[in-house]
Design a protein around this ligand. Sequence first.
Ligand code: ADP
Ligand code: MG
Length: 378
Amino acid sequence: MNLQETITKRFKEVFGTDGTLYASAGRINLIGEHTDYNGGFVFPGAIDKVIMAEIKPNGTDKCHVVSIDQNQEVEFGLNEADAPKEMWARYIFGVCRETIKRGGKVEGFDAVFAGNVPLGAGLSSSAALESCFAFALNDLFNDNSIDKFELARIGQSTEHNYCGVNCGIMDQFASVFGKKDHLMRLDCRSMEYEYFPFDPKGYKLVLVDSVVKHELVDSPYNKRRESCERVAKRLGMETLRDATMEDLNAIKGDITAEDYLRAKFVIGEKDRVLAVCDALEKGDYETVGKKMYETHEGLSKDYEVSCEELDFLNDLARREGVTGSRIMGGGFGGCTINLVADDRYDHFIKTAVKEFNDRYGHEPRIYDVVISDGARRV
Ligand code: ADP
Ligand code: MG
């Protein structure tokens, strides 16, 4: 049984009727890392891994939700005091609350949901879950009057206010706005976005998950952020968004070597996103791949957020003739994202699994992804 059949069968068993099906997607970010808080660009796309839910208003003020994957059923009311204890249910409760806080209507409903976005692998299963329900509540109770950006913000606020995750907007944006065969360049300063065609015929996108997460001491992310802010301030700018390498080199003697390297990465990364957009418009995936390697190099040597396992996977990708490869996400563990020519794919995966396992004692996980639609009624 596929996901949809499993969900509809269960809904019928539990609630004795049919509801409406909705889905939303996980996401990748092709390029544009650590740029969001520097007022730069990110370049995500939704993927063919989703959270799907069947939902039906039940005429009460209670929500009855079944999680197939967690094998749990939870009932909650819609007032602030009704927050469920189960983490997965808090995402749904949060979406209800954030919709209500914005003046939207939410009434009791029955729901069954399941998904195939790997949890905690950096593909944002939580954003898929939030976006699926935010889209559904907008359709079922609000005549789709809440605009899509607000749906993304409902998901983001859910993370902040109900799940203790202080995230940016990219994941929910990508999940809500995702479009088949397109990536989206989001300007994190103006919040303007643009679709770019991404249909890499002859290549595959594949994530190699190292399944390691290094415990971090002395909040290295905050330190990176502070470096960027110091350099921007020294340049008399609000963020590094408008800074050029010439600007940076002109003040090189006045800042620490470390701050210089951090800013160098951020400025380079902004230019790389723009270069990738140009390349995509020409269908030039070899240049896209080259920029991905440059990003990895910058994240590893200048921003210093890589780790041994990720550098190992990146070196291996180069040796295997993979077109592009880089760390995806904040760093210090997680996945690499790889753009691989079809005829290199099998050998690359086989070698990566074997050599990584030989060296680190466990196999990496492999996730093939295809750029697909975001939030929708199924
Ligand atoms: P990710 O990087 O995948 O977003 P998070 O830790 O932010 O990782 O979110 C994962 C959480 O989202 C899970 O612990 C669970 O509470 C919820 N979740 C995601 N997918 C599902 C699912 N298929 N069923 C139930 N809950 C899910
Ligand atoms: Mg998440």
